[in-house]
Design a protein around this ligand. Structure first.
Ligand code: FDA
Length: 307
């Protein structure tokens, strides 16, 4: 899987491939499966449909590695608006933010300063902000920014831990020590052996181990995976240890295993769906393809069948 992920992410960097996905209508159809639309309004409509099924959301305005400090500052306004609009639409205000969209490439202080008004708005509307975790070149700095802000906003901010990283186990212990909320994910980037587990089986085993620690001692952990084995393991472990379903939540991505999202909610588990929106969808989309290249093969087959 990791080799395949590396190949897909490498090919995705090619400008021609990028253009095909932007311009071809079969490719756009696949994008629409994973992205709720270009605007906040389209994301709010998707969130409303999910809310009608008892499913909560976290909204992610797509974008990463902005080119200027001004762009990073502009992103602050749209995140603040998203929180406010969620509240106004009767939705639980919850967003996910990427540090490189808030200017991490221009220094830690830029991100820290940009996050403060977002977290103040979250506090004003009773909402929550999750800091997404990006490639390993950013992990240490993202954790430091997170710890700083968690001191000021203990109820409003949480972090993501990627189980493929060798550092994941110590990060889980440290974040639990701060009494902060973790979203546990397997990890979506192409990482070298020196920083990350390469074998899928080993990563799954690490996920299982860290998930159980978080269920036992973490603060409202988010078990963010579509993996049926891990979801069943979480449910069985929680039951065996008298951990009530209100003490944790499952999270999945928009467009992936939708019927499972509904089933888990109907069975009484908290389910939150990560709803991405915006015009800057390409990097997010390529990570979804890298997780399951069969998605792209399906589109390619349709494109060639028509020619
Ligand atoms: P796995 O990849 O083993 O998939 C299990 C099953 O789920 C597959 O067999 C398939 O059925 C289905 N599936 C998974 N991905 C699919 C896809 N793209 N298309 C179709 N079916 C698919 N990563 C990161 O590095 N930083 C982050 O901040 C986040 N944030 C985040 C939030 C949320 C809510 C989720 C669910 C995930 C993330 N991720 C993430 C992504 C995460 O690291 C991981 O890449 C994906 O969740 C895929 O891994 P799974 O745990 O689902 O297992």
């Amino acid at each position: 899987m990791n080799l395949m992920r590396r190949v897909v992410l490498g090919v995705a960097d090619n400008a021609v491939v990028h253009r095909v996905f932007e311009q071809n209508r079969y490719a756009r159809k696949l994008v629409d499966r994973f992205v709720a639309g270009d605007t906040l309004e389209s994301a709010l409509a998707a969130a409303r449909e999910l809310a009608d099924q008892g499913i909560t959301v976290t909204l992610d305005q797509l974008g990463e590695n902005v080119a200027t400090v001004e762009e990073a500052t502009a992103a602050v306004g749209s995140y603040v608006t998203a929180l406010r609009q969620m509240k106004d639409h009767g939705l639980e205000p919850n967003i996910s933010v990427k540090p490189t969209m808030l200017g991490l490439d221009f220094g830690d202080d830029v991100v820290r300063e940009n996050l403060v008004p977002i977290l103040e708005e979250a506090r004003a509307v009773g909402g929550f902000v999750r800091i997404d975790m990006e490639g390993s070149a950013y992990t240490e700095r993202t954790m430091a920014i997170f710890y700083d802000l968690h001191g000021q906003f203990p109820e409003e901010v949480g972090i993501v831990i990627q189980t493929y990283l060798h550092r994941a186990a110590s990060d889980v212990v440290a974040v639990m020590g701060h009494g902060a909320r973790v979203r546990l994910v397997k990890g979506a980037y192409s990482e070298p052996e020196s920083v990350a587990i390469q074998s899928t089986a080993d990563n799954d085993a690490n996920y299982d181990r860290l998930m159980k620690q978080l269920l036992l001692k973490g603060k409202y952990p988010a078990i963010a995976t579509h993996d049926p084995k891990l979801i069943e393991a979480a449910i069985a472990f929680a039951k065996a240890n008298d951990i009530a379903p209100e003490k944790y939540e499952f999270q999945m991505l928009y467009g992936i295993r939708r019927s499972e999202q509904v089933r888990l909610r109907q069975e009484g588990f908290n389910m939150r769906v990560y709803v991405p929106y915006g015009t800057e969808w390409y990097p997010y989309f390529t990570r979804r393809i890298a997780e399951r290249p069969a998605n792209a093969l399906f589109v390619l087959r349709q494109m060639f069948d028509r020619q």
